[in-house]
Design a protein around this ligand. Sequence first.
Ligand SMILES: NC(=O)CC(=O)C(=O)O
Length: 265
Amino acid sequence: MRVEENKGINLVKAQSMIKKASELGADIIVLPEMFNCPYDIRYFKEYSEEEKNSRTLKIISSLAIQLKKYIVAGSIPENANGKIYNTSYVFDRKGQIIAKHRKIHLFDIDIKNGAKFKESDVLSRGDKFTVFDTEYCKIGLQICYDIRFPELSRIMVDKGAKIIITPAAFNMTTGPAHWKDLFKVRALDNQVYTIGCSGALNDELSYDSYGHSLIVDPWGDIVDTLEFEEGIIVGQIDLNKIKNIRIELPLLKHRRKDLYNIFEK
Ligand SMILES: NC(=O)CC(=O)C(=O)O
């Protein structure tokens, strides 16, 4: 979705796009990073909401109940005891929160003649891995910059994730350079589906969100993608494809855990 400056407008738009996705047959519906708030540190505190009184989360929960769908509510600025987190919430078909991911790696970058951003000026970082269960399979959840850290995807896969969902907002510097490749390589390395849902480009905001939401299969093929504009893609997840690729090309089995390993906290 093309996120606007006005929170109310973003919420109305999120609702209508979720309903549209549901009509198109989506069963697990994903929104982008900071879908109720411009991706700009000047807005995060003002737009932040506490989980228990959250206007945004109430709306998403009611929709999950009404449509009987899973909704991965992109992310929002979450206020917890005065600390602000970039947090994604997952709702089940009964509108219950079944998972919550606070962005682990904060996006502090300064690229010469390109994008600059310093989330850590305002945000605190999460410190938990997030894998949730559905009747289909386990799903891993991370937010945007988290995808650049391959250890995180691997840990989620070791915890059983067959799909990794990443609400995101790359920009016009890093998007064209890295977006598609990161989703492909994480899918290939881990033999999972990767799903990236990004805010569309909005020239009226300070941050040029790259768009290009996409679904990549475990062979690294792009199932479907958008471009810069707002839109919806609905893709089929074939769990047999994961099973077969893991038999035919047993990367995860061939790991030399005697030589290297990833340790969880
Ligand atoms: N916005 C992000 O968190 C990450 C990003 O844009 C990038 O890694 O590039």
